[in-house]
Design a binder for this molecule. Structure first.
Ligand code: SAH
Length: 456
C-alpha cells in the first residue's frame, strides 16, 4: 500500500484525538471527520507499520449516529472533533471507552459503573476563550482559530463551545482596531500590536474579563475601547497582557489593568474563586461541579476525616472537600497554582486546608517516611500519564481505607487501578463524566476501598 491509495473502511471506533478508526487489510486507519458506523472511502495520507492516516473523500453510507454539525467550520477548526456525532451517541461512546479500558487494560470484570453524566446543553459550555487576531488575504482583521496545523486564521467569532457574549466582544475590539488603525501582530515580521483576545466569563456570577494580548505595553485609544466594552452587562475586568516574544505561548508574564478589577470571581459549588488572566481555572464549571461532587460523594466524609488531595492544582477538590472533612492536605508541583489555592482558601474562610509545593511522588512518600501519617481518603487527579509508581506504592503502604481516583485518561486509570487492586484494594464504584462535549475526551471518577475494610 502507498500514500494516496484509496481505502474503503467501516468506522468502528474513535481515537483519543477524536479521529474515526477503521480497519483495512489488518491495518488501523485514522480518519478525521468520521463517526463510528460510517462506511467511507478515504485516501491514505500517512503510513506506519501497523496503522495509518487517511483523508475522508466520500461517505458511502452515513452512520445512523451522524448529525449535521451545528458550526459551519466544525471540520476545519481543531476545537471540536466529534460534532458530527449525535450527543447521545457521544455519551454512549465515551462510557464504552472507559469500560473497555477497564476491561482490557485493567482486567476488571463485572465493573460497578454508574451511567455517564452528560450535559443538558452540550454547547456554549466553555468559560474561557483565546482568539488569535490576524489579517485575511484581503487585509481585513479577523478573529477565530488557526486552520489545521497552519497559523492561518479563519474568521469565526461565534464558536459554539464558547460563551455567546464572545462574538459581541470581538466585534467591539475589531471595530476599535479598525477605527484606530491598529494592526494585528504578524508572527513572520514580528510587527503589529494585537496578538490574542482572551475572554473569561464567570458562569455563576456573570462577571466578564477581557484581556488583549499585545506586542507592546499600550493600546491606542484604550479609553474608547473600555467605554465600548463597559456597555456589556457583567463587564468586570479589562486589561492588557504584554507579550513581545516570538513564541507560541499566548500570554506574557506582565500586563496592566485598563479598567475595573484585575480579576473576576466565579464559584464551584459554594467555593468562590478569584480568576486573573494568568490563573488556571476549570473551563467547564457546570460539569466540574458534578465531577467534584461525585468525588465528594465517593469520599463519603463525615466531618472528622483526614484527606490528602494529590495533584491538587488550584485546590478545587481540596477546598470542595475541606467543607466536609477534618483536614485536607493538597500537593501540587506548580508553585503559582499553590499560591492560588492558598488565596482561595483564605477568601472562603477555609482554615483546615494546607498545601505543599512539589511532586506528589516525592512529597507523600517523604512525609509518610518521616511521620507515618494516616489518611482516611486519598484523592488523586493526575495528568494524562497517570500516577507515578512511587506514589502508588506509598498509597498501598499507607493502607488508606479509600482512594478516590479522578482521571482524564481511562487507559492510565485502568493501569493504576489494577496496581491498587493487586495490593489490597477493590474497585467499588466508578462513573464517567463528560467535561468536554464535541471532543474525544472523557473524565472518570473511581472509588477504591481496602478489601480488609470492606469485609469489616
Ligand atoms: N484537581 C486540580 C486539577 C488537576 S490537573 C484542580 O482542581 O485544579 C493535574 C495537576 O497535576 C496539574 O495542576 C499539574 O500541574 C499537576 N502535576 C503534574 N505532575 C505532577 C506531579 N508529579 N506532582 C504533583 N502535581 C503534578
Amino acid at each position: 500500500m502507498e500514500k494516496n491509495d484509496m481505502v474503503s473502511l467501516t468506522i468502528e471506533d474513535i481515537s483519543a484525538e477524536g479521529f474515526g478508526v477503521g480497519r483495512f487489510d489488518g491495518m488501523a486507519f485514522f480518519v478525521k471527520d468520521t463517526v463510528p458506523g460510517d462506511e467511507v472511502e478515504a485516501s491514505v495520507t500517512k503510513l506506519k507499520k501497523t496503522y495509518g492516516y487517511a483523508r475522508l473523500t466520500k461517505i458511502l453510507k452515513p452512520s445512523p449516529h451522524r448529525v449535521k454539525a451545528v458550526c459551519p467550520v466544525a471540520r476545519s477548526c481543531g476545537g471540536c472533533q466529534i460534532q458530527e456525532m449525535s450527543y447521545e451517541q457521544q455519551l454512549v461512546f465515551k462510557e464504552n471507552k472507559v469500560r473497555g479500558n477497564l476491561e482490557r487494560i485493567g482486567k476488571f470484570t463485572d465493573i460497578p459503573m454508574d451511567p455517564i453524566i452528560g450535559m443538558e446543553n452540550p454547547f456554549h459550555y466553555r468559560n474561557k476563550a483565546q482568539f488569535p487576531i490576524g489579517l485575511d488575504k484581503n487585509g481585513n482583521i479577523v478573529a477565530g482559530f488557526y486552520a489545521g496545523r497552519t497559523h492561518t486564521i479563519i474568521d469565526n467569532r461565534r464558536c459554539c463551545l464558547g460563551a455567546e457574549v464572545n462574538e459581541r466582544i470581538l466585534d467591539i475590539v475589531i471595530a476599535h482596531m479598525e477605527a484606530e488603525h491598529i494592526l494585528p501582530y504578524d508572527e513572520k515580521t514580528g510587527r503589529g500590536l494585537v496578538r490574542h483576545v482572551l475572554i473569561r466569563v464567570g458562569f455563576a456570577t456573570g462577571q466578564i474579563m477581557v484581556c488583549l494580548v499585545v506586542n507592546g505595553t499600550d493600546l491606542p485609544g484604550a479609553e474608547k475601547l473600555t467605554d465600548a466594552l463597559r456597555a456589556i452587562e457583567g463587564m468586570t475586568s479589562i486589561s492588557l497582557n504584554f507579550n513581545r516574544e516570538n513564541t507560541n505561548v499566548i500570554l506574557g508574564r506582565d500586563g496592566k489593568l485598563l479598567w475595573g478589577k484585575n480579576y473576576i470571581e466565579d464559584f464551584i459549588g459554594n467555593v468562590k474563586y478569584q480568576i486573573s488572566p494568568l490563573s488556571f481555572f476549570q473551563v467547564n464549571p457546570v460539569q466540574t461541579e458534578k465531577l467534584y461532587g461525585l468525588a465528594l460523594e465517593y469520599a463519603g466524609l463525615d466531618g472528622g476525616e483526614t484527606v490528602w488531595d494529590m495533584y491538587c492544582g488550584i485546590g478545587t477538590i481540596s477546598l470542595f472537600l475541606a467543607q466536609k472533612a477534618g483536614k485536607v492536605y493538597g500537593v501540587e508541583v506548580v508553585p503559582q497554582a499553590i499560591d492560588d489555592a492558598c488565596r482561595n482558601a483564605r477568601i472562603n474562610g477555609i482554615d483546615n486546608a494546607q498545601f505543599f509545593v512539589g511532586k506528589a511522588e516525592e512529597i507523600l512518600p517523604s512525609i509518610y517516611q518521616r511521620h507515618r501519617i494516616h489518611a482516611d481518603v486519598i484523592v488523586v487527579d493526575p495528568p494524562r500519564k497517570g500516577c507515578d509508581a512511587a506514589l502508588l506504592n506509598t498509597i498501598i503502604r499507607m493502607q488508606s481505607p479509600k482512594v478516590v481516583y479522578v482521571s482524564c485518561d481511562s487507559a492510565t486509570l485502568a493501569r493504576d487501578l489494577r496496581i491498587l487492586c493487586d495490593h489490597g484494594y477493590a474497585l467499588t464504584k466508578c462513573r464517567a463524566v463528560d467535561m468536554f462535549p464535541m471532543t474525544g475526551h472523557v473524565e472518570t471518577v473511581a472509588l477504591m476501598t481496602r478489601t480488609d475494610v470492606a469485609k469489616g
